[in-house]
Design a protein around this ligand. Structure first.
Ligand code: BG6
Length: 489
């Protein structure tokens, strides 16, 4: 089934950090795919801006190679690629000085296109760039800025960053990216919850036993050791991506699918989150793969810090203190170098109030699994009679809806989160972007948890490469009579 492509209006997109890793891996290949799909208007311009001393031709060559490497199967033919590269310019710019700004101003002013400025740079430069955009007359009402995570490293720094950006831009011009919100199934979560009557009556603590959110990765920290060792799984994944998933699964139905209506409801969830007790947190650090310690070293070697106490795995239990969810545990888990790349939200419903089939029939529960990646889909486990004679034996079977199978493989899994979100920036739709108060509320919940383990000098538990994390994470659920979903591909 081919997706419907609605072209966006003419735009100029400036990518600060245009030669960086994110630009090469995600932003530029994503734009190229939108170009191939016919969504990017033929006159749109993409301007890479960075410190490297390149001219536009060598930049185009760099982007050609990046698309070859990271463009995926969707990369279309050479003629399209040449046409796309012709829309690219490059500018040497100094984020902290004056070099390049006048040239950028000349390029940007005097058009009536949408102007988008993507800050794909270290957050320490956000303020400098915003200030210069204003100084050079580019922070006008047509401008919008896109900022990447990490958005602060605690409440204080996030507040300061919000304040700095607010000096130059209005909130409706600031697009804080959390790329999990651009994932297909994450949006489908809202469609399933709010487009069907089936689930809503059951979507509360009366019928739901607990909810699990797992984002498991097989990759290690790779070349990002320096950043990661200062962040850890809590700041890198939980404060943003898992928190967003939690919000979408737990929020009240918004009155409209509109930016502030959705974000108001998400904010209420974050503000209602309970603090997390120390015995409800398990932190871990991966060990080397004994079969290949060179390619898959342990965490401390990978970050070049033999005494590191930073977690590459975290599992925790929290609750949401509101009418809908009081008493329902939410278990969150994420980690690197785990058994499989698998992200899943699991809603485990309660037992039936009375078992008419007797003890022998065992305990059967409905389980709704929302699979985010690598395969997208939704499965509902239902209990039925095992076919054949021999009495009333019950089994659980999945009502399976794999999106790729049901809808056709054409477009379902190929629109990357980044390309979708960039097009939303151009359309001026902030629904899938985090508002400043949301980010601050998320830090307000995260800060005491981190401060707690820092004060306790907590040392993460080692876990094996390719495992499901430290055994304590299993115990976190087991001691409450529950268990994690398997981490399988
Ligand atoms: C990033 C984190 O935000 O998300 C990475 O910084 C993580 O550490 C990545 O690997 C996971 O994203 P995805 O889309 O591969 O699940």
């Amino acid at each position: 089934m081919a997706s419907r492509v609605i072209p966006v209006d003419d735009f100029d997109l400036v990518i600060f950090g245009g030669t960086g890793d994110l630009a090469r891996r995600k932003i530029l290949p994503g734009l190229f795919r939108r170009f191939c799909a016919g969504q990017m208007p033929p006159n749109a311009r993409v301007i890479g801006a960075a410190r490297s001393n390149l001219d536009s031709d060598s930049y185009r060559q760099m982007v050609r190679e990046a698309i070859g490497e990271f463009g995926g199967e969707q990369a279309c033919d050479d003629a399209h690629l040449d046409a796309f590269l012709a829309r690219l310019e490059y500018l040497v710019i100094d984020a902290r000085g004056d070099d390049g700004w006048e040239e950028l101003q000349t390029m940007m002013l005097g058009t009536d296109r949408i102007e988008a400025y993507y800050f794909s740079v270290s957050p320490v430069l956000f303020g400098d760039i915003a200030e210069r955009l204003q100084k050079w007359g580019m922070a006008d009402s047509r401008a919008r800025i896109v900022v990447e995570k990490p958005f602060g490293r605690d409440l204080q720094t996030a507040r300061a960053l919000n304040k700095t950006l607010a000096t130059y831009f209005n909130e409706d011009q600031i697009y804080r990216i959390d790329h999990y919100l651009g994932k297909e199934t994450v949006q489908n979560l809202m469609a399933v919850r709010f487009g069907n009557m089936l689930f809503e009556p059951l979507w509360n603590s009366q019928y739901v036993d607990h909810i699990q959110i797992t984002v498991a990765e097989t990759v290690g920290v790779g070349g990002r050791g320096e950043y990661y060792d200062k962040a850890g799984a809590m700041r890198d994944m939980v404060q943003n991506h898992l928190m967003q998933l939690l919000c979408l699964i737990a929020m009240e139905p918004p009155a409209r699918f509109a930016p502030d209506a959705v974000r108001d409801e998400k904010l209420k969830v974050i503000r209602a989150l309970d603090p997390v007790a120390p015995y409800h947190i398990v932190r871990g650090q991966y060990q080397a793969d004994p079969e290949n310690e060179v390619e898959r070293p342990g965490y401390r070697t990978a970050v070049d810090n033999p005494k590191s106490r930073t977690e590459s795995f975290i599992a925790l239990r929290t609750e949401i203190s509101n009418w809908r969810w009081a008493g329902t545990p939410f278990y969150l888990r994420t980690g690197k170098r785990l058994a499989a790349r698998s992200s899943e939200i699991t809603v485990v419903f309660k037992d039936t109030p009375h078992n008419i089939f007797g003890e022998d029939a065992g305990r059967h529960r409905n389980v709704l699994s929302i699979l985010l990646q690598p395969n997208e889909g939704i499965t509902l486990g239902v209990t039925i009679k095992e076919p054949g004679p021999g009495g009333m034996r019950l089994i659980d079977v999945p009502l399976d809806m794999s999106f790729a199978e049901t809808l056709g493989d054409d477009d379902v899994d190929h629109v990357d989160a980044y390309e979708r979100l960039i097009m939303d920036v151009i359309r001026g739709n902030q629904t899938l972007f985090m508002r400043g108060d949301e980010v601050e509320a998320a830090w307000a919940w995260t800060d005491p948890i981190i401060e707690g383990w820092e004060a306790r000098n907590d040392v993460p538990k080692p876990y094996d490469h390719g495992s499901t994390g430290p055994t304590d994470a299993t115990d976190l659920m087991r001691r409450e009579g529950r268990k994690w979903q398997k981490i399988t591909q």
